[in-house]
Design a protein around this ligand. Structure first.
Ligand SMILES: [Zn+2]
Length: 405
């Protein structure tokens, strides 16, 4: 029973892939795989080579690699190939589907015990009779031992288990795992593609949509926040004040303290926006408010699930804080990249075209060599943050270099 034709021709695109902005090649690849997977279950001959048991979704932050992986999981588990509306699709959406194991790092990396436990669970048969899908977000955060446990599972595939790993790039995984996965490379969508989504889906006016799309370099979620949330725009303005303040030490240090604080505020805003709807849909999934037999038992189950959810949300908050500061540093680097483009007279699209006077002021007051040194200082700071150097310390050291020029 499936609405997706099992023929190898051109399968229709399941509604659940509609969210993948500017990813036409990926949508085509996953639609073919989904149709082949359905054909396998129906005992028909699948499109040869379209489906496999281990997938690696790669792409820079914001390209939507975990959204794509989740959409694929939805398509595999849905009896209609990814309708987006049936009970199965809704369960995947809220994370309660029995055949979807969602794995996120508990702390900042995956441990071996967590991975072994997962491998054991993944070996079971799917409860719904279709596939057992394991979605591993941030698979690059595996410890070495955890990667070994994972490798074993992928090397000896169980017939109905599908592994979906997500990482910034294929090189972030050990070659032994990488070589056993089919890579799904997400691209950074063009500014025009992102702007189009903001206009058609969110009703944002064209000029604001395009400015936000350019400023966020193709990150749909950030672009939408930037265009529709005044405080997000104010936080970005704070970040971009740093280059202008980096002429003397006093103002520069106060600007960078606000950079760290800004990242913390934004992380808070983002996680709050996610946390409550997740708790809400969990309560709904457990039927809170209903009466009758079995309700007390369901409520006890809910307490455990709620505790799990809160733990995950807490560890996400830590990650978001770190990622948000990193994002602020990327915004800063992109500003200096624009400066460099002006200094070199390169006629490319500027991400910060809406701040032309600021860019010119910094470009006129420095040399390309010093802009390059500043870019290096920002990249060095990003590296130190991944090594868990205290954020304020790393950012202060960077500021000293920015002021020196
Ligand atoms: Zn469905």
């Amino acid at each position: 029973m499936t609405s997706v034709p099992p023929s190898a021709g051109s399968p229709s695109v399941p509604p659940v892939f509609a969210e993948l902005t500017g990813q036409d090649a990926v949508v085509a690849q996953l639609s073919r795989a989904g149709a082949a997977a359905a054909a396998l279950l129906d005992g028909q001959r699948p499109d040869p080579g379209a489906m496999t048991h281990a997938w690696l979704f790669t792409g820079p932050p914001g390209s939507g690699r975990s959204i794509a992986a989740r959409a694929f999981a939805t398509a595999l588990l849905c009896p209609y190939g990814g309708c987006g509306e049936c009970p199965s699709c809704r369960q995947v959406h809220v994370g309660t589907h029995a055949d979807l194991l969602l794995v996120r790092p508990e702390g900042l990396s995956y441990g071996v015990r967590q991975t072994r436990d997962l491998v054991l669970r993944a070996a079971g048969a799917p409860a719904g009779g279709r596939w057992q899908v394991v979605l591993f977000e941030d698979a690059d955060r595996c410890t070495e031992q955890a990667a070994n446990a994972l490798l074993k599972a992928i090397e000896e595939p169980v017939p109905r288990t599908v592994w979906l790993l997500c990482a910034p790039s294929a090189e972030d995984l050990v070659p032994t795992i990488r070589s056993r996965c089919r890579v799904v490379p997400l691209v950074v969508p063009s500014s025009a593609a992102v702007a189009k989504v903001l206009m058609t889906r969110d009703g944002i006016d064209p000029a604001a949509a395009l400015a936000a799309a350019r400023a966020t370099q193709g990150h749909v979620g950030r672009a939408r926040r930037l265009a529709s949330d005044a405080s997000a725009a104010a936080r970005r303005a704070d970040v971009l004040r740093v280059p202008l303040a980096a002429v003397s030490l006093g103002p520069a240090l106060s600007a960078d303290a606000s950079l760290v604080r800004t990242a913390e505020d934004e992380a808070k805003a983002v996680t709050q926006e996610l946390d409550e709807p997740e708790r809400e849909s969990l309560r709904r999934a457990f039927g809170e408010g209903s009466t009758g037999k079995g309700v007390a038992k369901a409520m006890r189950g809910m307490a455990g699930a709620l505790k799990d959810l809160e733990d995950r949300q807490k560890s996400r908050a830590t990650r978001v804080k770190r990622d948000t500061l990193d994002q602020a540093l990327v915004d800063l680097a992109v500003f200096y990249r624009d400066v460099l483009m002006l200094q070199l007279g390169a006629g490319v699209e500027l991400a910060n075209g809406d701040r032309d006077p600021d860019l010119r002021q910094v470009a006129d007051g420095s040399t390309p060599e010093s802009t390059l040194r500043r870019l290096q200082a920002i990249m060095h700071c990003r590296e130190r943050l991944t090594l868990n150097v205290a954020p304020l310390l790393a950012v202060e050291d960077m500021t000293l270099s920015l002021v020196e020029g």
